[in-house]
Structures are given as C-alpha cells and as structure tokens.
Design a protein around this ligand. Structure first.
Ligand SMILES: [Fe+2]
Ligand SMILES: [Fe+2]
Length: 256
C-alpha cells in the first residue's frame, strides 16, 4: 500500500508559508509515503528556484507545474538539472525540462506525469490525450504506477481525460482552477478528482488579492494588476492510496 499526498497550487509567499508550516504535519497525519506539490503559482505566475527549494524543504518529493511553467526564466536551468521538478510534458521537446519522472517509493516505481489541458489556454501544445497514450506506452515495464497531474481549465476536459486513461493510469488529479471539487472517485482502478484545490490565502480570489482581482473585472479585463493575496489559508489536496499493482484503492480530499 502506497499513500500519495498531492497538494494543489501553492499561491505566492502566503502559499509557501502555509506549506512550510503544515505540510510535514499533514504528511504524518495521512501516513503519506510520497508528496507531490503543484508549485506553478509559488511566484504568482511561475516559480523561481528559491521558492522551489522552500517547497522541497517543506517536504515535497516532486513539484509539478502547469500553464505558467516557463513564466520565470530563472527556473529554466533547474528544470533541466533537477529531476524532482516537472513541467507539462506536452509542451514539447523544444523547452527546458521534462514532464515525466520515475521515483522509487520503497522499491515501488512511481511515475509522475505533468500534463496541461488546451481548453481556454493561450498557447499551442500537443494534444494531452495523445500525449498520455505515448507516455503510458513508454512507461510500460518501467513503472509500477502512473499518476497524472492534469492541469486544465475546463472541467469537461479534465473529466474526459480521467475517463480516457481509466484502467491504464493509477490516478489523475486535476489542478489549475484552485477550487477543490467534490467528485473524488475510482474508475477501473484509476483514482480521479477534477481539482484538488489551492494552497494560499483564504481572503482572496483563487489566491489573488480581492482588490486586484476585482479591479480586473470592473475594468472589463483591461487592467490586470494581479497580486497574490497575503494571510493564512488552507493546504488543499488529495490523498491517493495505491496497491502494489498500482491501482487506486482509496482517494480522499484533504483540507488542513
Ligand atoms: Fe495554472
Ligand atoms: Fe494555478
């Protein structure tokens, strides 16, 4: 039995502070053997090395990213040199880093995959469904379990993706929309949840200060002076339990 704690988008200094105070306790409380943290908003849009090291120091085994993976160029070298940080694999080969990592969890070979969706995103990337086919085929015989962080905007794309890899992947957890959903389930041995929620200031609009988020809406989207919100908040995520065959036996949401 392997317990994997997956923690949702860490937002700004507030999110990193929450992770630093709460992650180790949460990992012990939930008997986590492995911890995955989505860090793509640690520096609001993207992440720089100091915040990445803070998240590792807080107890993360792997950091996954998302649509903002390349927003901070300071991270490029680390993406190439540190196998514990993953950017979406379907951004393609022309970019720094990679999106698939295989890690030993007490001898169990756990593959973690970062993928990004395409609906309502402002870039071109490989179709994540075909990318998943390719990745799963490539991992055959090399991994005992495969967990996807599917970083996407549309609930429909996330649910369709979960169904698409059901029976082939260990689990799919959604990130990016920052609000934890109430649909954790197991389909053909594949754990699934549309979004695991964010880790950031409670008094915010999905991690952004209420004032700057509201200003953007009042200006019809013309003025965007987004700033991460400060203050305490919850660590949000999901706990996924796998058997030795890499099938999910239980999945439950976490809010600390
Ligand atoms: Fe995102
Ligand atoms: Fe995010």
């Amino acid at each position: 039995m392997i317990n994997i704690l997956c923690v949702g988008d860490v937002c700004g200094s507030a999110g990193v502070d929450i992770i630093s105070r709460k992650l180790r306790r949460a990992a012990v409380k939930h008997s986590a053997d492995f911890v995955i943290v989505n860090g793509e908003n640690a520096d609001q849009t993207g992440i720089k090395p100091p915040k990445a090291y803070d998240i590792f120091d807080a107890g993360a085994d792997v950091i996954t990213l998302g649509n903002h993976a390349f927003a901070k160029t300071d991270i490029f070298e680390m993406l190439d040199s540190d196998s514990r940080i993953l950017r979406p694999e379907n951004f393609g080969k022309g970019h720094p880093g990679k999106g698939v990592g295989i890690y030993s969890v007490g001898g169990f070979r756990l593959a973690v995959v970062s993928l990004v969706g395409r609906i309502n995103m402002s870039f071109l990337c490989e179709n994540p469904f075909f990318a998943a086919d390719r990745i799963l085929e490539g991992l055959e015989g090399r991994a005992d379990g495969v967990v996807f962080d599917f970083h996407a905007e549309a609930t429909s794309e996330k649910i369709a993706f979960g169904r698409y890899v059901a029976g082939r992947a260990s689990a799919v957890f959604g990130t990016h929309t920052h609000v934890q959903t109430n649909d954790a389930s197991v389909i053909d041995g594949t754990g699934y949840i549309t979004d695991i929620g964010m880790t950031g200031a409670e008094d915010s609009v999905i991690g952004i200060s209420v004032a700057t988020a509201t200003e953007a809406f009042l200006s019809d989207g013309v003025v965007k002076r987004y700033k991460c919100a400060y203050g305490d908040g919850r660590l949000c995520g999901v706990l996924i339990t796998l058997d030795q065959k890499g099938r999910t036996t239980a999945i439950k949401t976490v809010r600390e």
